[in-house]
Ligand binder design. Structure first.
Ligand code: ARG
Length: 463
C-alpha cells in the first residue's frame, strides 16, 4: 500500500470506503499538466529564494518532467488511495527522485495548489473558447454575406412583424456571441491571478517570492489576500455565468433552427449529415443537433447552479466541499466547446429556402407600419395613422386581401392623404431599404454591418 503524505498523525489506516468516497482523482487527473507546470515554477522560485538549492530544484524539475511524459504516454498508475492529482504526482516524484521530493511541498499547501491548477486550466480554456467563438462568428458573417439578398419575416411574439434581411437576423447572433466573447475576456482578467504562495490559508514563514512565480507562470497579477486566494471560487462562477449566458444565445439560435426546419415554416433545411432519423418513422429527419444544443443549455445552467449552491454559506477559508467544483466546471467547458464546434461545422451547410422566406413576408400585413409611417409623412400624427391603418387592416382581412392588394379607391376611403405612390412603399424590398436608421435592416446598413463585423473580427485581440 502506498503511504499518504499526510498519514503521520493517524493511528489507523484510512478505510477503503473513505478513500473511494473522498477521492477526486478520476476528475482532477485532467489537471496534471498544470499541476506539474505549477510545481516546476514553485521549485524554481524555491531555489531562487534559496529555500532549496539549485541542484535540488534541478532534480525535482527533471523528475516532474518525467512524470508528465509518463502520464502523457498513458502508463501512469492512478490509485484512489492517493486522493487527488497533487498527491499522485508528489508520491510518484518520491519514487522517481527519492528523498529530495519531500522538499517540493515546502511553502505550499494543496489549497493554494488546487486553486493555481484550476486557474491555469480555466485561463487556457477561456482563451480556447474565445477563439472558437471568433471562428463561429466568422462563419456567421460569411453566411450573412452569402445571403445578403434573402428577405424574411422578422417576428415579435412569434407573429410575423416586419420584413428583415436574413443577414440582419444572423448578425444579431454575431452581436450576441461578440458580447459573450467580451464577457469571457473580462472574466479572464480575474481568472488570471496567481494564488500560489497563499499556502494553507495564512501565507507562509518562508521567504518566498510570489512575484517571481507569477512571472514564470505568466500571471500578470498576484492575489492580495491569502485567505481569499484559497477559498474563492468566484473566478469559476464568473466563467460559468458567462458560459450560461452564451448558452442562452445558443439555445435561442437552436430553437429558431428547429422551428425554421419544420414543415410548418419550411424556411431552411438542415444538412443530412447533421440530422438523424427515427427508429420507427421512416420519413423522419430530426433536428437533433440543435435540439441537443438547446438541451445542453440546461446542463450548463445546472453547472452554474451546482457551484453557486456549493459555495453558498461556506465559511472561510478552504472546505473540502470545494472539491466538487471541478465536475461542474469541466462539464461546462466541455459542453460549450462542443456546442460552438458543432455549430461552426453545421451553419455553413444550412439550405436556405429563399422563396419560402420571401413569400412569408407578403402575407400577414407586414407592411402595416409602413402605411402608417407613410401617413405620418403626409401630415397625420402617428396615433391617428395607427388607428386609420388598423381599420384598413380590418377591412382588407375581411375581404381576404393584403394591404397592397387594395385598390387605390379602397385605400383612399381610409384617408385621402393616400396617393398612388403608396404602392411603391409597401413592397418587402422597399420596407427593408427604407429602414436606414443606424442598426436597422436596410441593405446598405447590413452591408456596412458585415464590413464592420469583419473589421471587428480581424482586430479582436486574443487574450
Ligand atoms: N482535491 C482537493 C480539491 O479539489 C485538493 C485540495 C485538498 N485540500 C485539503 N486540505 N484536503 O479541492
Amino acid at each position: 500500500m502506498i503511504e499518504k503524505p499526510w498519514e503521520g498523525r493517524f493511528a489507523e489506516k484510512t478505510d477503503r470506503s473513505v478513500e473511494l468516497f473522498t477521492s477526486s482523482i478520476d476528475v482532477d487527473k485532467r489537471l496534471y499538466a498544470y499541476d506539474i507546470d505549477g510545481s516546476i515554477a514553485h521549485c524554481q522560485m524555491l531555489a531562487h529564494a534559496s529555500i532549496i538549492t539549485h541542484e535540488e530544484a534541478e532534480k525535482l524539475i527533471e523528475g516532474l518532467g518525467a512524470i508528465k511524459r509518463e502520464i502523457q504516454r498513458g502508463n501512469f498508475l492512478f490509485d484512489h488511495g492517493l486522493e487527488d492529482i497533487h498527491m499522485h504526482i508528489e508520491t510518484r516524484l518520491f519514487q522517481e527522485v527519492g528523498k529530495v521530493a519531500q522538499k517540493l511541498h515546502t511553502a505550499r499547501s494543496r489549497n493554494d495548489q488546487v486553486a493555481l491548477d484550476s486557474r491555469m486550466y480555466l485561463r487556457e480554456e477561456t482563451r480556447n473558447i474565445v477563439r472558437l467563438l471568433d471562428i463561429l462568428n466568422t462563419v456567421i458573417v460569411s453566411l450573412a454575406e452569402e445571403n445578403l439578398e434573402v428577405i424574411m419575416p422578422g417576428y415579435t411574439h412569434l407573429q410575423r412583424a416586419q420584413p428583415v434581411l436574413l443577414a440582419h437576423h444572423l448578425l444579431a447572433y454575431f452581436e450576441m456571441f461578440s458580447r459573450d466573447r467580451a464577457r469571457l475576456c473580462d472574466a479572464l482578467k480575474r481568472i488570471n491571478v496567481l494564488p500560489l504562495g497563499s499556502a494553507a490559508l495564512a501565507g507562509t514563514t518562508y521567504p518566498i517570492d510570489r512575484q517571481y512565480t507569477a512571472g514564470l507562470l505568466q500571471f500578470p497579477e498576484v492575489s492580495a489576500n491569502s485567505i481569499d486566494s484559497v477559498s474563492d471560487r468566484d473566478f469559476m462562477l464568473e466563467f460559468l455565468s458567462c458560459a450560461s449566458i452564451a448558452m442562452v444565445h445558443f439555445s435561442r439560435l437552436s430553437e429558431e433552427l428547429i422551428l425554421w426546419s419544420s414543415a410548418e415554416f419550411g424556411f431552411i433545411g438542415l444538412p443530412d449529415a447533421f440530422s438523424t432519423g427515427s427508429s420507427i418513422m421512416p420519413q423522419k429527419k430530426n433536428p437533433d443537433v440543435p435540439e441537443l444544443v438547446r438541451g445542453k443549455a440546461g446542463r450548463v445552467f445546472g453547472d452554474l447552479f451546482a457551484l453557486l449552491t456549493l459555495m453558498k454559506s461556506l465559511p472561510l477559508a478552504y472546505n473540502r466541499d470545494m472539491q466538487e467544483d471541478k465536475p461542474a466546471l469541466f462539464d461546462a467547458v466541455d459542453t460549450i466547446k462542443a456546442c460552438i464546434e458543432i455549430y461552426t461545422a453545421m451553419l455553413p451547410r444550412l439550405k436556405i429556402n429563399k422563396e419560402i422566406l420571401y413569400r412569408a413576408t407578403t402575407t400577414g400585413f407586414l407592411n402595416a407600419t409602413d402605411l402608417a409611417d407613410y401617413l405620418v409623412t403626409k401630415g397625420m400624427t402617428f396615433r391617428e395613422s395607427h388607428s386609420c391603418v388598423g381599420k384598413a387592416v380590418g377591412y382588407a382581412s375581411s375581404r381576404k386581401k393584403e394591404l397592397h392588394e387594395l385598390t387605390i379607391e379602397e385605400m383612399k376611403s381610409f384617408s385621402t392623404l393616400i396617393a398612388e405612390d403608396i404602392f411603391g412603399i409597401l413592397t418587402p424590398e422597399e420596407m427593408i431599404n427604407r429602414r436606414t436608421s443606424f442598426g436597422g435592416t436596410a441593405r446598405e446598413n447590413v452591408k456596412a454591418a458585415i464590413q464592420s463585423a469583419r473589421q471587428r473580427l480581424s482586430e479582436a485581440e486574443c487574450p
